[in-house]
Ligand binder design. Structure first.
Ligand code: ATP
Ligand code: MG
Length: 268
């Protein structure tokens, strides 16, 4: 659920944001690290990453987000990385770096036909690792990869290469989100995650459902008018710690003067 703007301030998530801030601080000091942020759909992964991204940008880091998209079996090769390289290529601070790495042109321009063979792929992966490392030399870099559960094979392979041997030596952090509840037993992301978390510079961070008092705070923050206690309690019960459900339940609740009043039988 990508959001263009947020109407409620971030509720809770202090521990997770503190950990991500520590990782960002380490990255700025040259201690590169990747965090795999796991959580159910709607629990708040994008929101937490957005907040962490703001903190990173505030501390002078370049923040670039690449999204994986649900395209069924078809997939678009390297989609999140193409998005990231596109943003970097458009940023004049990095124009010299990008110009010095023709790999960006290859991925963005002429397509990926030339990279089907093993040698071509290796050169492409090394080229992208080199480009990202050079960008991180200009200014510390945070790469955010959203919705890894939708990543296609080529994007998974590139991520494996980058974290396994590529870029985790520079002023760089990688934060990647995925829906834990989407990973059925044979999901192709599973083996990659198992492999990545064994790397010393990679950690998994679980975003658990919000505690009830925080869902209540979120609901109250989303509604300008004071809400009856029973309405809040009912939404909290049904949302089960899921921020997206809480928003949807609130939207479906009549909070107008004639509708939802404490104790009203029509309430919710
Ligand atoms: N801690 C929070 N404080 C305030 N609002 C939140 C918080 N967590 C999530 N939200 C809001 O709840 C909604 C769902 O959150 P978000 O999009 O981050 O979920 P997600 O885990 O990324 O879901 P998906 O798996 O679908 O991408 C958004 O509108 C978001 O702004
Ligand atoms: Mg999301």
């Amino acid at each position: 659920m990508p959001q263009a703007s947020f109407i409620a301030p971030v509720v809770g998530r202090e521990a997770e944001l503190a950990r991500l801030s520590e990782v960002l601080q380490g990255a700025r000091a040259g201690e590169a690290r990747a965090v795999l942020l796991a959580g159910d759909a709607g629990v708040g992964k994008t929101r937490v990453l957005d907040e962490a991204g703001k903190r990173a940008a505030g501390a002078g880091m370049t923040v670039v987000v690449g999204h994986c998209v649900d395209l069924g079996d078809v997939g678009l090769p390297y989609l999140p990385f193409t998005e990231i390289l596109g943003v970097l290529a458009a940023d004049e601070r990095f124009s010299a770096v990008v110009a010095g790495h023709p790999v960006a042109e290859r991925l963005l321009g002429s397509g990926t036909d030339a990279v089907r063979d093993v040698d071509g792929r290796l050169r492409l992966f090394e080229g992208i690792a080199g480009l990202l490392a050079a960008v991180a030399d200009v200014a510390p870099l945070l790469l955010v990869l959203e919705d890894l559960h939708w990543a296609d094979q080529s994007s998974r392979d590139l991520l494996r290469f980058l974290l396994g041997r590529g870029v985790l030596r520079r002023r760089l952090a990688v934060f990647a989100s995925y829906r834990a509840d989407d990973l059925h037993r044979r999901h192709p992301l599973r083996p990659l995650l198992a492999e990545l978390v064994r790397l010393p510079a990679v950690e998994r961070l679980e975003l658990r459902p919000l505690p009830d008092p925080e869902v209540a705070r979120l609901v109250r923050a989303l509604e300008r008018r004071p809400l009856p206690e029973t309405t809040v309690r009912r939404i909290v019960e049904r949302a089960e710690g899921n921020a997206f459900y809480a928003e949807e339940l609130l939207a479906a609740t009549d909070t107008g003067p004639a509708g939802c009043r404490a104790g009203s039988p029509t309430c919710c």
